[in-house]
Design a protein around this ligand. Structure first.
Ligand SMILES: NC(=O)c1ccc[n+]([C@@H]2O[C@H](COP(=O)([O-])OP(=O)(O)OC[C@H]3O[C@@H](n4cnc5c(N)ncnc54)[C@H](OP(=O)(O)O)[C@@H]3O)[C@@H](O)[C@H]2O)c1
Length: 265
């Protein structure tokens, strides 16, 4: 005896609008420039209010705030902090919640990236790379969790394809991002019953690091990408928007946005 399934899905199920983000609040770390700024523009364009965190890039942060507030007044709050300082990281979340009286999304985007060849690593490198790529996201997430629970919100962590496949000469960065992948999965278990989703986006080659990468190295990387080109920051921002707005039943997942680069290794 076969079970009988109805294949007629009610129209309203299909047409149901995506989760409306208007006036919901996202805190994005390291959001004044590069990929973080594009994520900020994308979430803002979808109707969100932003708590836009920066560290050193004050001018860029103010320019982005002015640009977005010009589109919708009082839609962007700037928060400056060195996220190595855990008290300041915690206070960053608290200031965002105090100002907007809610928090719907935390995007852990801030990062540092530089080579740490074995034999030359000092403790300060460990503290720097683990601190910003792993420790800060943990304490930001822990502080944000009860507020996200109230709004059925979510956390998005920016990881890296090299969290799974170590990047040569970058053992600390690769390990820190691998830790952030595990944090994504672990927190998704911890927070699932509290209605908070936790996911990660793993970029491939999107924007070259600012501390020089020669043309030959760039070409070598691109030749390993199935699509034979680097990605755009908007490819990352659109994936973040998908996870925030449309992925109501996705948690604990890492989405690679790498043009197929990881197929090759
Ligand atoms: N670019 C790529 O192709 C690529 C590839 C793989 C993964 N990713 C990941 O995607 C994310 C965005 O990449 P990106 O290249 O745009 O990042 P990025 O430029 O390396 O860093 C983003 C921001 O992090 C902030 N930051 C650094 N140290 C900080 C500290 N101690 N306290 C607070 N903020 C600090 C900086 O803010 P200020 O400028 O204000 O100081 C910086 O602008 C990162 O998590 C990165 O690891 C990127």
């Amino acid at each position: 005896m076969h079970a009988v399934y109805s294949n007629s899905i009610p129209d309203e199920e299909i047409k149901k609008p995506s989760n409306d983000l208007t006036n919901k609040v996202a805190l994005i770390t390291g959001a004044s420039r590069r990929i973080g700024a594009i994520i900020a523009r994308q979430l803002h364009a979808a109707g969100m209010k932003l708590a836009l965190h920066y560290h050193h890039s004050e001018t860029a942060a103010h320019a982005l705030q002015a640009e977005l507030n010009n589109q919708r007044s009082e839609s962007v709050l700037l928060l400056q902090a060195d996220l190595h300082n855990t008290a300041k990281a915690i206070s960053t979340v608290r200031q965002a919640v105090e100002y907007y009286e809610r928090l719907d999304v935390l995007v852990n985007n801030a990062s540092t990236f530089y080579p740490t060849p074995l034999g030359k690593v000092e403790e300060k490198d460990w503290d720097e790379l683990m601190g910003i790529n792993l420790k800060a996201p943990f304490f930001l997430s822990q502080t944000a969790a009860p507020h996200l629970s109230k709004t059925q919100g979510c956390i998005i962590n920016l990881v890296d394809i090299h969290a799974e496949r170590p990047l040569k000469q970058h053992p600390l960065y690769s390990t820190a991002k691998a830790g952030l992948v595990m944090l994504t999965k672990s927190l998704s278990r911890e927070l699932g019953s509290k209605n908070v989703r936790v996911n990660a986006v793993a970029p491939g080659a999107i924007l070259w690091p600012e501390n020089d990468l020669d043309e030959v190295s760039q070409q070598r990387i691109i030749s390993a990408v199935a699509l034979k080109r680097h990605g755009e920051p908007n490819d990352i921002a659109q994936t973040v928007l998908f996870l925030v707005r449309d992925a109501r039943y996705i948690t604990g997942q890492v989405i690679s946005v790498d043009g197929g680069r990881t197929l090759n290794q």
